[in-house]
Ligand binder design. Sequence first.
Ligand code: HPA
Length: 269
Amino acid sequence: MWNKVQETVKFLQHKGITTPDYGIILGTGLGNFVNQINVDITVPYSEIPNFPMSTVEGHSGELIFGSIGAKKVLAMRGRFHYYEGWTMEQTVFPVRVMKFLGVENLIVSNASGGVNASFKVGDIMLISDHINFLPEHPLRGKNELKFGPRFVDMHEAYSKKEIEKMETVASSLNIKLHKGVYLALQGPTFETPAEYKMVKILGADAVGMSTVPEVIVAKHMGMTVVGVSVITDLGIEGIVEEVSHEEVQKVAKISEKIVGKLVEAYIKL
Ligand code: HPA
């Protein structure tokens, strides 16, 4: 793993990608955030040594390096989901690479199903914490100390300081934000009503199929993380409605303009 990461890092450095201020993982339907980036370099995943390739509909796979204002950003347009069949190692590989390209601050985004009764479709939730309910852990196995310690502190997986900064930016832009706990399930099925209920009982506000592995690995390597989730459907008792990938993407597309504004202003600050 270590050698693979170093090889990929060298390849991307040769392409001209150097010490980005922010790494961004663009989730479902948030891919258009690239329009806000002053793009210098685009590298399709298929050209990057050791990279898995993104296959899910709505996730084009490219690494995008550019700037937002005075800040250099490296965005992943398309991420790797465990449910696609990638190993955990493959799922988190790009985050390892980001770290060794110099990324210290990671912004993650996703779409999720809301179980908090005050949420509405299209709302935006800052991730305050997560619950890992995936069947495998990305740090299982021999620990590579060059990446980080065996036992990783997770008392503040999502930076309180960065959450506050995001909230300040949101209020200056008049953007309404929720704050809540994101629970990750394997998918690819959406939740049954009983499962949504379970998610709520477990203490989460939203449920999705991604993000948690990347955040765990980012914390393993000492990165600062902030996460934004678009609530694309609701799993609230009594009003669990039919949900489809198309619907999730449609809602995410509408909210992505607001999330885009928010993240842009956050990065510029
Ligand atoms: N469950 C899991 N993942 C999701 C959902 C959901 O309800 N909505 C968007 N992504």
